[in-house]
Design a protein around this ligand. Structure first.
Ligand code: ADP
Length: 393
C-alpha cells in the first residue's frame, strides 16, 4: 500500500478535461460516466467506478460490471481505513488483497461520502499521475449531487405539504359551500336583507378560498418537474371544450359588460389528450381575460391548426402587458402589481398551471401583447407522438 502524490502537469490536463465535462453537462449524475471514462483512459485502468455512500446509493461504473466491484461494506471499511489519501493496491483490515486497484475517498465537508475505484490488469507500483485531478473533479460533482438532492428533498417536502393541506381543506370547503347555498336559497327559511347580505359575503369568501385551494392543488399536480398527476388521455374534442367554456363564461362576462365569442377552424382533429387538464388551462385564460379586461371589452377564443400543432388562443382588449412582464408571467406566484388591477384577487398560479398543462402535452404556452392594445394568450399542442389519436381501423 502506498500514498503517493500525482504529478502536477498531467494533473492539470486531466482536471481541465474534467472541468470541461462538468461545465457542459448540467445534470451532475450525467457527468459521472464521462469523467470516469476520462479517468480510465488517462490512467490506463481497465475499469473505473464511482460509489456514493449517501442515500440513495449511486454506483456508476465504466468498463466494469457492478458484480466485479467489492461490496458496499468493503468500500465503507476502506473509507474508514483510508479517509484522505489515494491508495494503491488496497487490502482489507485482515490483510486480504482486493486485486490491482486504486481506492480514493471523496470527501464533502470533512466526511467521506463517496469513493473512486480503479482496477488495472497488471500490478502497479506507483499511483498514476492524474488521479488527484480525477478526485478533485469528482469532489466537485459530489458537492453538486448533494446540492441537487437537497433541493429535490425541499421541493418534495413543500409539494407534499401543499398536497396534504389543500386536500384536507377541500372537503370542509365543499360542505360549507353546500350548506351556505342552501341558506342562500331560502330552503331552510326566508332570510332578511341583512342576513342575505352576510350569507352572500360568506359564500363569496368561501369561493375565493376554494379557488385558491384548487390552484394550489393543480399547480402541484400538473407541475412537469415535480407533479405526481398521471395524465388521463382519451379522445379529446377541443371544439366541444371551447364551446363549453364560452357558454360557461357568458354570465360572468355579461356581469362585466364584456362580449365573449369564438372563432373555430374546421380542420381541428380530435386528439389523444387529457380533456380535464386542457379545459382547466383554457378556463384559466378566459377567467383572466374577464378579470383583467375593463368593462365594454371583447374576449375572443380561437382554435385552429398551424402546421403540426393545434393552437388555442384567448384574446382580450385589456390593458396589455409590457415585454419585461411577459417573460415572468408564467412563473409560479408571479403577479404584476398594477394600480388598475388592485382589487383583482389571485394567487399567481393560473398561468403556471396553463404552461404546465401545455408542457405535459409536449407543447407550450406564451403571450403576445402590446401595452394599451390587449393581449392574446396561446397554448400549442403538437399533433404527434402520444397526442395523435391512433385509429383502430
Ligand atoms: P392571478 O390571475 O391569480 O394573479 P395568473 O398566473 O393567472 O395569476 O396571472 C399572473 C398575472 O398575469 C396576473 O396577476 C396579471 O397581472 C397578469 N395577467 C394575466 N392575464 C392577463 C390578461 N389577460 N391581461 C393582463 N394581465 C394579465
Amino acid at each position: 500500500m502506498s500514498q503517493l502524490d500525482a504529478k502536477p502537469n498531467q494533473d492539470e490536463t486531466v482536471l481541465r478535461h474534467v472541468l470541461h465535462i462538468i461545465a457542459n453537462t448540467p445534470n451532475p449524475v450525467e457527468c459521472l460516466a464521462p469523467i470516469l471514462e476520462a479517468g480510465r483512459q488517462a490512467t490506463g485502468a481497465v475499469g473505473a467506478a464511482f460509489i456514493s455512500f449517501s442515500d440513495p446509493l449511486l454506483i456508476k461504473a465504466n468498463g466494469l460490471e457492478e458484480t466485479q466491484l467489492p461490496d458496499l461494506e468493503t468500500f465503507k471499511a476502506l473509507a474508514i481505513q483510508h479517509p484522505t489519501a489515494i491508495h494503491l493496491n488496497p487490502v482489507l483490515g485482515d490483510g486480504s488483497p482486493l486485486g490491482h486497484a486504486i481506492f480514493a475517498a471523496i470527501r464533502a465537508q470533512r466526511n467521506v461520502v463517496a469513493a473512486l475505484w480503479l482496477t488495472f490488469e497488471t500490478p502497479l507500483d506507483e499511483v498514476p499521475s492524474s488521479i488527484s485531478a480525477l478526485v478533485d473533479g469528482l469532489t466537485i460533482v459530489t458537492a453538486n449531487l448533494r446540492q441537487v438532492a437537497r433541493h429535490e428533498k425541499i421541493a418534495r417536502n413543500q409539494s407534499d405539504f401543499l398536497r396534504i393541506v389543500s386536500h384536507d381543506l377541500r372537503s370542509p370547503l365543499t360542505s360549507m359551500q353546500g350548506f351556505g347555498s342552501m341558506l342562500e336559497s331560502g330552503m331552510v327559511g326566508e332570510l332578511n336583507e341583512r342576513q342575505a347580505y352576510f350569507v352572500e359575503k360568506m359564500l363569496s369568501g368561501i369561493t375565493q378560498i376554494a379557488s385558491l385551494v384548487d390552484n394550489i392543488q393543480d399547480a402541484g399536480r400538473y407541475d412537469p418537474e415535480t407533479g405526481f398527476y398521471e395524465m388521463q388521455r382519451s379522445p379529446c374534442d377541443l371544439i366541444g371544450i371551447v364551446h363549453k367554456i364560452v357558454s360557461n363564461h357568458l354570465v360572468p362576462a355579461e356581469k362585466q359588460e364584456l362580449t365573449i365569442n369564438s372563432q373555430i377552424a374546421d380542420n381541428v382533429p380530435i386528439i389523444n389528450a387529457d380533456s380535464n387538464m386542457l379545459e382547466r388551462a383554457v378556463t384559466n385564460l378566459v377567467d383572466n381575460a374577464i378579470k383583467y379586461t375593463p368593462n365594454g371589452g371583447t374576449i375572443t377564443l380561437s382554435l385552429y391548426r398551424q402546421d403540426d400543432h393545434i393552437i388555442i388562443g384567448v384574446q382580450d382588449t385589456g390593458l396589455g402587458i409590457s415585454p419585461e412582464n411577459q417573460k415572468l408571467l408564467f412563473e409560479r406566484h408571479v403577479r404584476i402589481p398594477r394600480i388598475e388591477h388592485k382589487k383583482v384577487k389571485g394567487s399567481g398560479l393560473g398561468l403556471f398551471i396553463v404552461r404546465s398543462v401545455a408542457q405535459r402535452h409536449g407543447g407550450n404556452a406564451w403571450v403576445e401583447s402590446s401595452e394599451g392594445e390587449g393581449s392574446t394568450f396561446f397554448i400549442s399542442i403538437p399533433l404527434n407522438g402520444e397526442n395523435e389519436l391512433v385509429s383502430s381501423l
